[in-house]
Design a protein around this ligand. Structure first.
Ligand code: F0G
Length: 448
């Protein structure tokens, strides 16, 4: 079943091979430096890059720009209450703004935050408070060959071990990221959510769900957790989020918007404690860091994101894209996630030594072959960690279709075919903040 049809279209063009070659070199072999006009299929991120619906565009026009108490805020408050089940909402400019507001409120110097896996902005915001981000993924999280249904789950055993070591007083915050973006976008079960909630209560910690991709996660729950086989996406989403004390949300993912985010909670006291930081860093609490029109579009998008037909189209589309790549001989992480296909670049380019950034080599070759932009999420993006050499091909929502995915699969197949000629890279410029180097660093090809 197809959930929508096109009403407005945008022309795109595949630049010539010579132009792609020149663009790559001028960008210092870092695809973040490539102008979007030079990209044919842009799979850099699924964040804020999707197509809005006609209803969202209509809402934009009706957006209320009042500084305090705008009607658009009321629409968002009502959508968050209906879709996610929380009474109090603080809008922010995007997800990381919500992280800054909430984590800056609940964390102090020397604290520890536990998370199934911290996404990079989450890690940075926890660290920015002088606290320590500790990951508690399951053993299957980074096992490419495991077909476990919920590889994104939070390991309570790992967390308990850690808490026994440092003492519960140091752990005021437990976060559950659904889906688990930094573990190949793998989903989290409702059962695991319940157990993490109990664990957080036991150690007297605030339990936060990072709900960026909560609707896509709900689709996997329906498919893989028998208790929910007959439930709607909307019902599952509410059930899963009901265990959280608060959520941080990026409206740029499952809010189907191009901007925005929020903190939401039922805890009046927590809400009041978060307000000053919202005012300080974002804006007055009824618009946060957003224009009223963006608040209005997000309110509509949140409701659309839990429609069964939309989510099925979304997640099944990613699965078909993964199958196309697998059929083309590209080693991918399975099961596929709800927002991206993750390529195992170490396996795709076995001749590129681990120290020469095989993931970045794959990303550059994919651009060279097809004008396709993906992103490296291996040792270039995460220095000094032992993460697998993954490349993420993230799919913007409601934007690309079958022909685009076939083009990407063909380009990836061409990369695999010439794998023995592909060389790696060395980092040529090192930015000041090492955790952020993959956004700006330039690289040099290592000639073989
Ligand atoms: N949490 C998770 C799990 C995320 O994936 C992101 C963003 C954020 C928080 C921050 O949200 O971008 O609105 O400030 N992920 C994007 C990505 C950037 O490409 O995966 P934001």
């Amino acid at each position: 079943m197809v959930a929508y049809r096109s009403k407005v279209v945008e022309r795109i063009e595949l630049p010539s091979r010579e132009r792609r070659e020149r663009t790559l070199s001028e960008a210092g072999y870092n695809v973040f430096n490539i102008p979007a006009e030079e990209v044919y299929v842009d799979l850099l991120t699924d964040s804020g890059t999707g197509a809005m619906s006609d209803a969202q565009w209509a809402a934009l026009i009706r957006g209320d720009e009042a500084y305090a108490g705008s009607r658009s805020f009321e629409e968002l408050r009502s959508a968050v209450a209906d879709v996610m089940g929380f009474e109090y909402v603080l809008p922010t400019h995007q997800g990381r703004g919500a992280e800054n507001v909430l984590y800056g409120t609940v964390l102090s110097e020397g604290d520890v935050a536990l998370n199934n896996t911290h996404f990079d902005t989450t890690r940075a915001h926890v660290a920015n408070q002088g606290a320590e981000p500790v990951d508690c993924p399951t053993d299957a999280a980074h096992d490419r060959d495991s077909e476990a249904p919920f590889k994104g789950n939070f390991s309570i055993d790992r967390a308990r071990e850690f808490v026994d070591e440092v003492g519960r007083d140091r752990v005021p915050l437990v976060i559950l990221t659904i889906t688990n973006n930094s573990a190949a976008g793998q989903p989290v079960s409702v059962e695991n959510t319940r157990r993490v909630s109990e664990f957080a209560e036991e150690i007297d910690a605030t339990f936060v769900v990072d709900a960026c991709r909560f609707a896509e996660n709900a689709y996997f729950v329906r498919e893989r957790e028998s208790e929910f086989a007959d439930a709607s996406i909307a019902e599952i989403a509410r059930e899963q989020l009901s265990y959280a004390d608060a959520v941080v949300m990026s409206g740029k993912k499952d809010g189907l918007a191009n901007a925005g985010g929020f903190v939401a909670t039922d805890d009046r006291d927590l809400f009041e404690r978060c307000k000053p930081r919202t005012i300080l860093y974002e804006g007055f609490p009824t618009y946060g860091g957003m224009a009223g029109r963006d608040v209005a579009a997000l309110a509509v998008g949140l409701r659309e994101a839990v429609e069964d037909a939309y989510v099925a189209d979304r997640v099944d589309g990613i699965r078909e894209f993964g199958q196309l790549l697998a059929d083309a001989g590209v080693p991918i992480v399975t099961p596929t996630s709800g927002h991206a296909v993750y390529v195992d670049a170490g396996a795709a380019l076995p001749d590129v030594p681990a120290d020469d950034f095989p993931g970045q080599a794959f990303v550059c070759e994919l651009y060279r072959e097809g004008g396709v932009r993906g992103v490296e999420l291996g040792s270039f993006a995460f220095p000094e960690t032992d993460r697998p050499e993954l490349v993420r091909l993230a799919v913007p929502r409601r934007m690309y279709h079958g022909d685009h995915f076939e083009h990407v699969a063909e380009a990836a197949a061409a990369v695999i075919e010439k794998r023995s000629d592909v060389s790696g890279f060395r980092v040529a410029t090192n930015p000041e903040i090492p955790e952020l180097r993959h956004f700006t660093a330039e690289l040099e090809p290592i000639s073989s």
